[in-house]
Design a protein around this ligand. Structure first.
Ligand SMILES: C[S@@+](CC[C@H](N)C(=O)[O-])C[C@H]1O[C@@H](n2cnc3c(N)ncnc32)[C@H](O)[C@@H]1O
Length: 250
């Protein structure tokens, strides 16, 4: 079952200011460098399809897979009458589409939602199973050295659109012996027209990763690491890096 339940309904508002276009451009650059000529993408944990929209504009045909029906229906609604994007309900630890792609992506910490070693190995096997020879796998995740140097703290985010105002309080609990963080999300939503208010709560368990274990699980799945960089940069990560970008080849 997906942890993205009711949270999904407010996802696009909560991440309204996230630079999806800039991120799609960054991915496009990496693809041109490491898999020139690529045309097809499988996006594992595509969510509401925000990267897909921009990647499609850059000329790619995209298949998105996600476990959350709510996130997928947002992606589907945004791509109605569109034949360069398709969305499929599935678990990235086990889904098999019987098709291969030039590139497999998994963006915005999807891999950090895989908290056990077996989950990680299974998802990497899924990536491998859907890659053409020489195909490229790119994902990002929480990076252990950065998380431990600057541990997560309580954060409050307030947003509104023409109908609702939303306050999200994120309270993290770090489990350093498990390399995980439980992020407790409490979300209060108020309808600006009738004043009706409700709150919801979800806990997202996240795993932070270290390069040697990533190398191990990639090689278990038959993938060779190509690069490790800071997300949205080309520089190597260091102990202030929270978000790691990883590239691997089949
Ligand atoms: C933080 S969101 C990122 C969504 C999207 N990639 C983006 O950049 O906006 C994490 C997504 O991973 C999906 N997810 C988590 N675990 C999954 C799994 N095992 N199989 C498929 N999707 C999963 C969630 O449903 C959610 O849509």
């Amino acid at each position: 079952m997906s942890v993205f339940n009711e949270y999904a309904r407010y996802y696009d508002l909560l991440y309204r200011d996230k630079n999806y276009r800039g991120e799609a451009d960054y991915i496009h650059k990496l693809i041109r460098e490491h898999r020139p000529g690529a045309r097809t993408i499988l996006n594992l944990g595509c969510g509401s399809g925000r990267h897909d929209q921009y990647l499609e504009e850059l000329g790619y045909a995209i298949t998105g897979v996600d476990l959350s029906e709510e996130m997928l229906s947002a992606a589907q609604n945004a791509s109605i009458n569109n034949n360069k994007r398709e969305y499929i309900h599935g678990d990235i630890r086990s889904v098999r589409l019987d098709k291969t792609y030039d590139v497999v992506l998994s963006l915005f910490h999807v891999v950090s939602y895989l908290v056990t070693n077996n989950d990680l190995k299974s998802a990497f096997l899924t990536a491998k199973a859907h890659l053409k020879p020489e195909g490229l796998f790119i994902f990002d995740c929480w990076y252990g050295p950065g998380v431990l140097t600057d541990p997560p703290t309580l954060r409050v985010k307030e947003l509104e659109d023409e109908t609702i105002s939303v306050t999200r309080i994120a309270t993290p609990i770090l489990y350093p012996n498990d390399n995980t963080v439980d992020v407790d999300y409490r979300i209060s939503i108020r309808n600006k027209h009738d004043g009706e208010a409700k709150t919801l709560q979800e806990t997202h368990r996240m795993r932070y990763l270290f390069i040697p274990e990533i190398v191990e699980y990639l090689s278990y799945a038959g993938l060779s690491p190509l690069f490790f960089s800071r997300w949205m940069e080309t520089a190597p990560p260091n102990d202030t890096t929270w978000n790691l970008c990883v590239g691997a080849k089949r």
